[in-house]
Design a protein around this ligand. Sequence first.
Ligand code: NAD
Ligand code: UDX
Length: 347
Amino acid sequence: MANNSSNGVHQTTTKSPPLPSPLRFSKFFQSNMRILVTGGAGFIGSHLVDRLMENEKNEVIVVDNYFTGSKDNLKKWIGHPRFELIRHDVTETLLVEVDRIYHLACPASPIFYKYNPVKTIKTNVIGTLNMLGLAKRVGASRILLTSTSEVYGDPLVHPQPESYWGNVNPIGVRSCYDEGKRVAETLMFDYHRQHGIEIRIARIFNTYGPRMNIDDGRVVSNFIAQALRDEPLTVQNPGTQTRSFCYVSDMVDGLIRLMEGEHTGPINIGNPGEFTMLELAETVKELINPGVEIKRVENTPDDPRQRKPDITKAKELLGWEPKIKLREGLPLMEEDFRLRLGAAKKN
Ligand SMILES: NC(=O)c1ccc[n+]([C@@H]2O[C@H](COP(=O)([O-])OP(=O)(O)OC[C@H]3O[C@@H](n4cnc5c(N)ncnc54)[C@H](O)[C@@H]3O)[C@@H](O)[C@H]2O)c1
Ligand SMILES: O=c1ccn([C@@H]2O[C@H](COP(=O)(O)OP(=O)(O)O[C@H]3OC[C@@H](O)[C@H](O)[C@H]3O)[C@@H](O)[C@H]2O)c(=O)[nH]1
């Protein structure tokens, strides 16, 4: 906690926030960990909720405005005594007594974050400010932000270590998201330095898996849905751009380790296996529908040309590395997409 300065200028308070409830000292109080997950109805958020709910000592509260998420992703928990779901937009203030905050709320697919860019910026900046204010006010012991590999922009250093400051266009069509997340990281560190808030920052690299929206627009979900619908796989030009894909269970494991560990981050969480988009299309074609066509289409502005995480820090500080290779993860996602699309496997 920061101190009042000796030069007479009042900087911050030294008073600790009160405990959420005096009942915590009562003999019969159940010392459950109350965890808030913003964006918990989304893809990564709902998998994180599943994992957190496995621990009987955890109570989980999800807040979500359902912009890209869905109650469907949480249906097995609705009505559970340790689970609560609140329709709420994080750009508005929120007051709930919680011990830990996983702050995920933000559209992640480029087509959705570009749909209403001003709202995306507000979600990243005001939403993060609101969650930090909440952490401060209720004395939450930790808050974790899901930042992104997009803070590196179109990276000139490859692979990307956390020490790289990035190459980001501040006025482009992706800026609402990548600059928004950069400000969110700044806010996290300012609250940490100024108010002593315990923070964690994960820089997430492209993640895929079951429960992604079928029409999410990101490349893995697009290619799988296209392969199952017998539609051409749309490789955006030039096709040589690379990404590194992490399976969602590995991602959730990394996020929990970061939250429970002793390091603020930022820490890259991602799978270093790097593929061109053409290679990804060829792999989906081979595994899911060998007869499908691969079609070249126009790209969008400022598409990063290469991306691969340096995960040295995650390995050393969290003892974390991904276990699931792309060729193992794709069939698991295919199974889920088949069920939702009603596409039976051909023999
Ligand atoms: N999936 C990835 O590859 C990836 C990569 C880097 C970073 N991330 C980050 O991880 C987080 C989750 O991503 P995801 O892939 O699960 O995306 P997602 O779109 O499936 O989930 C985001 C969730 O946030 C909710 N949301 C959006 N705006 C909100 C608002 N203003 N108030 C309340 N809820 C709101 C959505 O309804 C949705 O449920 C995001 O912060 C994203 O930036 C994801
Ligand atoms: O149908 C498609 C969709 C996308 N692509 C290409 O696939 C690559 C990846 O695109 P995606 O839309 O899946 O995701 P991006 O890597 O651009 O952004 C993602 O980065 C990390 C996170 O913060 C977000 O989940 C998202 O912003 C791009 O080069 C894009 O041009 C295709 O070739 N075909």
